[in-house]
Write a protein that binds this ligand. Structure first.
Ligand code: ADP
Ligand code: MG
Length: 318
């Protein structure tokens, strides 16, 4: 199967999924065309996943298709953007039809679920690597940045933290218990908080998605905003399954493990108060922003002494 046949068979059929209002020409021409309405900003980001680094070797292709788009879409969620479309640059060691069918199926399901239309891509041969560029839009000037956190703002996170990271221990488990299966589902099928991101637009002062671990990712907000934060470990949202599997260690997972794709947000107190209950219910307040630099957990600075707190490609795991 040649490159063009491969594209025609597996990727062009995806073009009808996850329709975007702004995409006016999808795959098949030299470029895609997106028309941004007046008064809207284009918000875009690119992500690369390398086999053996971002996902295990021989990882199930349908999971990979879903996870790749979920991880990319999570960046749109963190900006509060409405999802529009994406491109896919795919480097493959071989044109394995069974692998391609599985991958395209996972990608199709995610494209549909997140409302992201496939706009085009590039297909090359080499070590398995995926690069996805996602495009979203927001009303002019309303994207949520990392720089807006101010002293006194509340720090909140969505959902529960630490589940996907804990799943890494169970990937090879032949007979996972229901609790392990719950962790594995968080890892294989992350659900980026697109809807929540859009709902907090106009309320949140800063946002980031938790891909590398809460301490590391909140650390990016603090650095960008020139502030510090004080967190209460008892308020960290931990799932019942993680608590049962890990006991006291579940807090460390919630603080340091990545891949959950929840949102970490800051809110001026009055903006928090003005938010609908239905949105607040999806969030846990875990601390407060302070003027003094540092990231304090129960009064102890866990950013001090360069304690590695998340994943850094050039330093390895913290
Ligand atoms: P060019 O040589 O002009 O870059 P390509 O041969 O790379 O064109 O791609 C032909 C068409 O197929 C383009 O419209 C491109 O967007 C699309 N395409 C190629 N690979 C993919 C892919 N993996 N997913 C979706 N569309 C793809
Ligand atoms: Mg090309």
């Amino acid at each position: 199967m040649g490159e063009f046949e491969l594209i025609r068979r597996y990727f062009l059929p995806l073009a009808g999924q996850g329709k975007s209002r702004s995409l006016i020409l999808g795959p098949g021409d030299d470029c895609a065309i997106q028309r941004i309405p007046a008064g809207r900003d284009l918000v875009f980001s690119v992500d690369t996943l390398v086999e053996g680094v971002h996902f295990p070797k021989y990882y199930r292709p349908d999971y990979l298709g879903w996870r790749a788009l979920a991880a990319a879409a999570s960046d749109l969620a963190a900006m509060g953007a409405d999802p529009e479309c994406f491109t896919l640059a795919l480097t493959l060691p071989a044109a394995d039809e069974q692998w391609l069918a599985g991958f395209a199926e996972g990608l199709r399901a995610a494209s549909d679920a997140f409302g992201l239309a496939l706009a085009g891509g590039d297909t090359t041969s080499g070590p398995l690597t995926l690069t996805l560029q996602v495009h979203g839009t927001v009303d002019e000037g309303t994207a949520i940045r990392r720089t807006g956190a101010r002293p006194g703002d509340l720090v909140a996170v969505s959902g529960t933290l630490g589940d996907a990271g804990a799943a890494l221990e169970y990937l090879a488990e032949p007979a996972p218990t229901p609790d392990m299966a719950a962790m594995l589902d968080r890892y294989h099928r992350p659900r980026p908080r697109l809807e929540l991101g859009r709902s907090v637009r106009g309320f949140a002062s800063a946002a980031i998605d938790v891909s590398d671990g809460l301490l590391a990712d909140l650390g990016h907000i603090l650095q960008a905003s020139g502030v510090g934060a004080s967190l209460d470990s008892a308020r960290l949202p931990v799932s019942p399954s993680l608590a049962r599997l890990k006991g006291d260690a579940s807090v460390a997972h919630a603080l340091r493990s990545g891949d959950d794709y929840e949102l970490c947000l800051t809110f001026p107190e009055d903006r928090w108060g003005a938010m609908p209950e239905s949105v607040k219910r999806q969030l846990s307040v875990i601390g407060v922003i302070q003027a003094e630099a540092g990231l304090y957990l129960d009064g102890t600075d866990c950013s001090a002494g360069g304690t590695p707190s998340g994943f850094d490609h050039f330093r390895g795991k913290g």
